[in-house]
Design a protein around this ligand. Structure first.
Ligand SMILES: CCCCCCCCCCCCCCCC(=O)SCCNC(=O)CCNC(=O)[C@H](O)C(C)(C)COP(=O)(O)OP(=O)(O)OC[C@H]1O[C@@H](n2cnc3c(N)ncnc32)[C@H](O)[C@@H]1OP(=O)(O)O
Length: 314
């Protein structure tokens, strides 16, 4: 990011991919000398290589805002934050998609459960994509990152690492059984193999391999968790690019991210319609909020962490 957005709003203006508030009217930290439409610099103001920024960078926002000192009121409204200052308008919309989808799916499930391709656990999109959901999220995140010119990628890597860590602890391993399995066992769940229920030492994967039945406890929806968790991560990383409405937003990389987000949303809707109880899906969604809340709500409010993680767009 290389310029300040001038605005009539009384709120301090924030730059997408910036971790600093820049007072209205202040000169831009970097100036786009020769903006090339396809190769753009984006990142936090700390991240950006000043040489890169000075010599060849400039997003569409740079060129647009520099030539238009007074931003239209509608655009300045987009910088306002809502609900205890947590959300911008776009963030609030993105955040709302997932609980609404879970509720909508559950509502459909009580009205009717049409027998469709997606009601099968063996459907292609589940087996290939969701069951390897973190792999695909990682690949798509890399596709988003490779076109960003960031001189200090630590913040980006740390955001990915924390998000991956939470997915790993919750669904794969937490000093033994993953957290979702521990919650299931802790709420009275068992793996019933034949007539022999067992209360300890099981994981859902182990139970499946033993041809047992995972039954009795609160079985948090892993799909609801993963799809919310991965989607919020991707949305919060891509939103600054989308809201800039510059050349980055039109790149194929952005379209690939949006395609995966669409698939994740659809699969969440299918989970809502066909699988788990309402409460299990809601708790899956809540668990899917944890690393989002840490990274994109708490971290930006602690100056040291904010610098360390260079959260974009907040
Ligand atoms: C620049 C910075 C980056 C640097 C980066 C460097 C790295 C540079 C190298 C890159 C290279 C990549 C590196 C990637 C590294 C990885 O990430 S490797 C990891 C890959 N692994 C994964 O992605 C696994 C993801 N999967 C999971 O976490 C779990 O399977 C899940 C998705 C949470 C779901 O668990 P689950 O057991 O299915 O549980 P749950 O959701 O409760 O479902 C219950 C049942 O309902 C079914 N069900 C529920 N919803 C549905 C539905 N919608 N449709 C059909 N069935 C459903 C389920 O299939 C399940 O059925 P069963 O299997 O029990 O028969």
């Amino acid at each position: 990011m290389t310029s300040t957005a001038h605005s009539t709003s009384s709120l301090p203006q924030q730059q997408p991919y910036s971790d600093q508030s820049i007072p209205v009217g202040a000169p831009p930290p970097y100036t786009a000398v020769d903006p090339t439409p396809e190769e753009t610099t984006i990142g936090t103001s700390d991240d950006i290589d000043p040489e890169l920024a000075g010599n060849q960078a400039g997003s569409a926002v740079d060129s647009e805002t520099q030539s238009s000192p007074a931003m239209p009121a509608t655009q300045s409204n987009l910088h306002q934050r809502y609900l205890f200052n947590i959300f911008s308008f776009e963030e609030a919309v993105v955040f709302a998609i997932y609980p609404i989808t879970v509720c909508l799916g559950s509502l459909v499930s009580v009205i009717s459960q049409p027998d469709t391709y997606f009601s099968s656990k063996r459907n292609f999109f589940n087996v290939i994509f969701v069951k390897n959901g973190w792999f695909w999220t990682t690949i798509v995140f890399l596709i988003h990152c490779v076109r960003l010119r960031i001189s200090r990628p630590q913040g980006l890597l740390m955001r990915y690492a924390i998000t991956t860590l939470w997915w790993y602890l919750f669904t794969q391993w937490f000093f033994g059984a993953p957290l979702m399995d521990r919650i299931f066992l802790g709420t009275g769940g068992t793996c019933q193999v034949g007539d022999r229920p067992s209360h300890s030492g099981w994981t859902s994967v182990g139970c499946r391999h033993a041809a047992g039945e995972w039954t009795g406890g609160h079985d948090i929806s892993g799909h609801s968790f993963l799809l919310t968790h991965a989607s919020l991560f991707l949305w919060y990383e891509i939103l600054p690019v989308l809201t800039e409405r510059g050349p980055l937003a039109r790149q194929i990389n952005t379209k690939i991210v949006m395609a995966l987000l669409l698939l994740w949303w659809w699969m969440l809707l299918m989970t809502g319609i066909y699988f788990h109880s309402f409460l299990e899906k809601v708790t899956g969604w809540i668990m899917g909020l944890i690393s989002w809340a840490m990274l994109y709500v708490v971290v930006p409010r602690v100056p040291l962490l904010k610098r360390l993680f260079s959260v974009p767009g907040v």
